[in-house]
Write a protein that binds this ligand. Structure first.
Ligand code: PEP
Ligand code: MG
Length: 323
């Protein structure tokens, strides 16, 4: 099987009936680049930048960050790289950035909320990213966006830093797409409105499932409620994809669900454009997608959206794809 997959290393990802999708990788550091290349990744769909900030005792400087971002962009030779701005807080803490204890850290001061408050940290990262943009195909993505004000504010800060750099004579790409993660239900619900302002969406199912089902993604006791195939999740994902397409934008997914064998037929049917997963899953997913007809998967997805439970969807997919 591995040998079969290896033949697909340099192939595009197309369904049996010729529909093309992008299979890209989730990475945490420039060291992960080799894995992306070795596994035939068509780019990076999620670069989790928090690792740059972790395991040390002070904030990374603009220069350090610039070097890391540049290394990733150059390493991918013009292929798309979606960099997510700092998603710290919640379960991820920094020793040099003490934050008050919270009753519900996952519903608290994290990610874009922290960045809009600590603009010194945010602006440094944005400057590093903007400077690196001259070296490849950079897309910037904001995490944990819950309402349009957050997106507008984050984007305007980005544009301010861009203007400053240009004033300083620094080269900045004019083609940077700016998008958001959809990992909070309020944002999925208003996807049609977001789609008029963002360049792309990437659905973060790890958090979207936890917030939709109100089931902590780390809590074993209620893990039975963490249901990726629950029709409520599928309907939210459909909303996001349809909203993007309505405005001529693209929609990806960078949560674990994007690389899940059961979810892939559904996501193909729903029209997802980009699937971002751990590099080691890419060839397997490519080989699976080549066996699927998109037209059939559209029918599968339509049926799934009208089922009542997670298990019913699971059974349907298995039956449909002869598992
Ligand atoms: C997600 O929430 O799906 C996601 C990709 O982000 P993280 O797992 O880093 O929270
Ligand atoms: Mg998340």
């Amino acid at each position: 099987q591995k040998a079969e997959w290896a033949k697909l290393l340099h192939e595009k990802t197309v369904s049996k009936d010729g529909h093309h999708v992008e299979l890209v990788a989730n990475i945490g550091t420039p060291n992960d680049l080799q894995g992306v290349v070795d596994n035939g990744g068509e780019g990076v769909g999620l670069y989790r930048t928090e690792f740059l900030y972790m395991g040390r005792d002070e904030l990374p400087t603009e220069e350090e960050q610039f070097e890391s971002y540049k290394a990733v962009l150059e390493g991918l030779n013009g292929k798309p790289v979606v960099v997510r701005t700092l998603d710290i807080g919640g379960d991820k803490k920094l020793p040099y950035l003490p934050l008050p204890e919270e009753m519900n850290p996952f519903l608290g001061f994290r990610a874009i909320r922290l960045c809009l408050d600590r603009q010194d940290i945010f602006r440094t990262q944005l400057r590093a990213l903007l400077r690196a943009s001259a070296y490849g195909n950079l897309k910037i993505m904001f995490p944990m966006i819950s309402n349009l004000n957050e997106f507008r504010e984050a984007k305007s800060i980005l544009l301010e830093e861009k203007d400053k750099l240009i004033q300083e004579g620094v080269k900045v790409s004019d083609e940077i797409e700016v998008g958001i993660m959809v990992e909070i239900p309020s944002t999925a619900v208003l996807a049609d409105l977001f789609a008029k302002e963002v360049d792309f969406f990437s659905v973060g199912t790890n958090d979207l499932i936890q917030y939709t089902m109100a089931a902590d993604r780390m809590n074993e006791r209620i893990s039975y409620l963490y249901q990726p195939y629950n029709p409520s999740i599928l309907r939210l994902v459909k909303r996001v994809i349809d909203a993007a397409h309505q405005e001529g934008k693209w929609a990806g997914m960078c949560g674990e669900m994007a690389g899940d064998e059961i979810a892939i037929p559904l996501l193909l049917g729903l029209g997802l454009d980009e699937f971002s997963m751990s590099a080691s899953s890419i060839l397997k997913a490519r080989s699976q997608i080549r066996t699927l007809n998109k037209a059939d998967m559209e029918k599968l997805a339509e049926q799934a959206l009208n089922l009542t439970t997670n298990d019913e969807v699971l059974e349907l997919v298995k039956k449909f794809t002869n598992h």
